[in-house]
Design a protein around this ligand. Sequence first.
Ligand code: PAF
Length: 279
Amino acid sequence: MKIFTTKESLTKYLEDLRNNGKSIGFVPTMGALHQGHLSLLAQSQQQTDLSVCSIFVNPTQFNDPRDLEKYPRPIESDIKKLEQAGCDVLFNPEVSEMYAGNEQWHLDLGELEHLLEGKFRPGHYQGVTQVVFKLFNIVKPDMAFFGQKDYQQFMVIQKMVDLLHLPVKLVMCPILRETDGLAMSSRNIHLSPDDRQHALILSKTLNWLKQNFNADEIASLSKHCEDMIKAEADIQLEYFEIANGETLHNADQKSKQIVALVAAKVGKTRLIDNMIIRS
Ligand code: PAF
């Protein structure tokens, strides 16, 4: 695997390959890689000639400095995992390589920016689009692979791609779960054994909803799900929404696509999860 830390060297390397007709797949990450990330890489390897992965903990998308500070950064083991998985290229820049001083960025993301995650993490999606725009400009991928786990993030990035007419196809890859149902996440390493047990209520609730969706009205299903989560010890529910999968507004029975999304603090760790209820 080739490792680059500067924009210039990576751009140059990829330019030659692109000129030789190779298609480029891109998997942007913040590291602390798990099977979920590696499944994005596997998709990229299946669908493109050359797979580039980036590891960059992007400071502009953290609204809580403590969260940024404690974000896991196990770079050596990440490199090993990527090498074992046959990744072609890793881009692992320093913050100073990506941001030159005090930059301004604002993209009109409309309501998507303020719903759900946006309400609890103001500015988060501006930071995400800012860095993904930069990364897309450096890598110039034909396809980019993102996890369904960050469903709203996928929608936001698709919106940026549409607004700015970026020539990249986005692919949403399914959530990977531990055998007990917990959605894989880099943040799971912060869960104590007790937290880990309590966290299972999130996927249990989403599964319950999927199985019972046709049995009741959306409002009462939603209330039931909230009650299930609130009844669990050491969990602080931030939101549970049964949303229209195309807009993220509240779903109704006529919505063509429906997704249920949840965010909660489990002990001190904030987790998100979701499930597609109707596609
Ligand atoms: O999903 C993530 O890990 C990050 O938000 C991303 C897309 C790599 C941007 O920093």
